[in-house]
Design a protein around this ligand. Sequence first.
Ligand SMILES: CC(C)(COP(=O)(O)OP(=O)(O)OC[C@H]1O[C@@H](n2cnc3c(N)ncnc32)[C@H](O)[C@@H]1OP(=O)(O)O)[C@@H](O)C(=O)NCCC(=O)NCCS
Length: 128
Amino acid sequence: MPEADQPQGELVIQTIAMPKDTNRDGDIFGGWLVSQMDLGSAILAGKVAKSRVVTVAIEGMSFLNPVRVGDTVACYAWVEKIGRTSMKICVDVWVTRYRTGERVKVTNGVFTYVALGPDGKPVPVKRD
Ligand SMILES: CC(C)(COP(=O)(O)OP(=O)(O)OC[C@H]1O[C@@H](n2cnc3c(N)ncnc32)[C@H](O)[C@@H]1OP(=O)(O)O)[C@@H](O)C(=O)NCCC(=O)NCCS
């Protein structure tokens, strides 16, 4: 994944890290961040597939910098690969630090989705 000093891809979700998202030491849970990435990349996968999608795999997760309470958390995603029924979506997470406004890349990962039909079975991703 190429390193960049600016976010790459499409802004798919943006939120604020709140006290309820912390562990007992006051740090933001990695699991909360993964959940934001899953939500955001599922939006992009659903848009591409124009169908219901489900997460089948998460790989290549790296937590590069901590997220703090009050930070604005933004997930940027792009399609890495479209298979027959699956889509590989890369996600980078950037935060804007509360009060200072500094922008920092905190996490990246690769999420794979499968397009499903109404019966819950994989269906081919229709290419435009
Ligand atoms: C997604 C699911 C329907 C796929 O069923 P399946 O019987 O494995 O279907 P297939 O073997 O036809 O695979 C479908 C596609 O997924 C890909 N795939 C399956 N397992 C994968 C894995 N672990 N990693 C990456 N891709 C995977 C296959 O390569 C295939 O891609 P392609 O069509 O582009 O070539 C099934 O695994 C499932 O329901 N998993 C649970 C998903 C879920 O509940 N996610 C939320 C967790 S809370």
